[in-house]
Design a protein around this ligand. Structure first.
Ligand code: ATP
Ligand code: MG
Length: 208
């Protein structure tokens, strides 16, 4: 047999083996797809210290809106600067409720912060009770629970009693373990490096 023919035979065998492997993978995936038949709203948590939590949440809202679903956003903390997503998504009919009243990281007035958080939480609870909302993003809610500005049990109760088909996305660092336990999908974004560590300023359109 010539070298050329040997190469051809080896290539053919590799191709057959690859096909068999792919068929096996496909049949396993098909079985899992067949098994996943339940349809209901899911709770997604995007937590961790790396960049990409809020942008992931907004990406999902954009995806849902693109399919004609009704979406709403509740944002905790970032009252003072408007993120680019807001302008875009409000124009696409997405409602925004933002904790805007005087909250900053450095605030000295805790009672003011609690009042601001509670005001948005009341709206948040109404959205969690509204079957016309298909997808709801609760951006940075984790901090409100960590600071005890919003009661954990109230959050859990509201999430559990939301409309059956409503999807909820919660973002923020340090998500409480009880919310993680309740969630269907949880991703932890790990920071490997961040431009800020090298003195690069937060940039419009990238960081907010
Ligand atoms: P993004 O909104 O870009 O998806 P995020 O929601 O994951 O970020 P947050 O903790 O909400 O992160 O912080 C928002 C801001 O802080 C953004 O400007 C982001 O670039 C910046 N940031 C996020 N992670 C880090 C980090 N590990 N080091 C420094 N800055 C960060
Ligand atoms: Mg964020």
């Amino acid at each position: 047999m010539t070298d050329k023919n040997i190469d051809k035979k080896v290539a053919e065998r590799k191709s057959t083996q690859h096909k068999a492997r792919m068929q096996s993978v496909k049949s396993k995936v098909d079985l899992r797809i067949d098994d996943a038949q339940e349809e209901r709203g899911i709770l997604i948590v995007i937590t961790g210290n790396g960049k990409g939590k809020s942008t992931s949440g907004f990406g999902t809202i954009a995806r849902a809106v693109g399919h004609g679903l009704t979406a709403a956003v509740v944002q905790y903390i970032k009252g003072t600067w408007t993120c680019g997503e807001r302008t875009l998504l409000e124009n696409a009919g997405v409602s925004f409720d933002v904790m805007a009243t005087g909250f900053t990281w450095n605030t000295q007035d805790k009672s003011l912060d609690i009042a601001a958080a509670q005001k948005v939480w009341q709206k948040n609870k109404a959205l969690l009770n509204d079957p016309s909302i298909d997808v709801l993003l609760l951006d940075e809610l984790t901090y409100m629970v960590a600071y005890k500005y919003i009661d954990l049990d109230e959050v859990i109760t509201a999430l559990k009693s939301r409309p059956k088909d409503q999807h909820v996305i919660i973002t923020g660092r340090g998500c409480h373990r009880d919310i993680i336990a309740l969630a269907d999908t949880v991703s932890e974004v790990q920071s490997i490096k961040h431009a800020f560590d090298n003195g690069i300023k937060a940039q419009q359109g990238i960081d907010w």
